[in-house]
Design a protein around this ligand. Sequence first.
Ligand code: AKG
Ligand code: FE2
Length: 307
Amino acid sequence: MSTPNLYLPLMDLSSTDRASVAQSIRQACMDHGFFYVINHGIDDDTVSSLFSESKKFFDLPLSEKMKLERSKDLRGYTPPYAETLDPSSKFKGDLKESFDIGPTNDSLNQWPSKESLPAWRVTMESYREKIMNIGFRLISLIALALHLDENFFTKIGALDSPMGFLRLLHYPGEIPESDMGKYGASAHSDFVMITILVTDGVPGLQICREKDRSPQLWEDVHHVEGALIVNIGDMMERWTNCTFRSTLHRVVAVGQERYSTAFFLDPNYEFVVECLETCCSETSPPRFPPIKCGDYLKERIRLAYSQ
Ligand SMILES: O=C(O)CCC(=O)C(=O)O
Ligand SMILES: [Fe+2]
């Protein structure tokens, strides 16, 4: 069955008309929390090196990759079938494999050896820094979109030592009969503030703009060459009192191997997330109590991995 091909709203990060970009971001985030970003300054060579190094790691034998299995600090390798992002799915075990890299100012990250992949760490650290900067620029536009000062999130300390996680993803091409029905990544919304995604252009990503509609309508996200895909996560939905929406998405198996990299941006774990003043009023009071970012994420992660 064919699904509709969705063109998300497109934001030009090089535009000098920040007020108009912020207004478009506001609309996109109220409608469905997903948009493309173009003219972001990350060049094609950076993205090609990111994917070629990512591929080199995923090409290693499973036994080698498992030596870097994801730690309790959530850094390292997660093999296929280890996660089911949609706990209600009857098909257990998503097909993707992934590798998580957290903030680089501590020594918690795991790295493949220099002997086996000499350029790997420097490629990942350099991409992480670039995408983090894009994240900061987007957060400033998001502040404007929320009718706040453009430096609001910096001023309140939300971006002091932020928790930025880079997740390399690899989806298999042909799958065995026994995996039919399984998803590359089953339906979920991201837990975080914002996610910035880059893909190799292979289709598979779908979003469901209205999660409560029955039956759910899943739309293919069309690939725009050179564009990043940004989506609002549940933390931001909570922070904005549901003014901005975090949207269900998934990756379906299309019979073609696929690589993508998601960057999940959050405040530091001590930061207290409480309803923004521009998102509540007497008639629309805060729906959620204040919560420490770390407590919120820990609980979400506990629920996701406890089934
Ligand atoms: O690979 C993709 O296109 C999406 C990945 C994703 O949704 C996630 O890792 O949260
Ligand atoms: Fe996601």
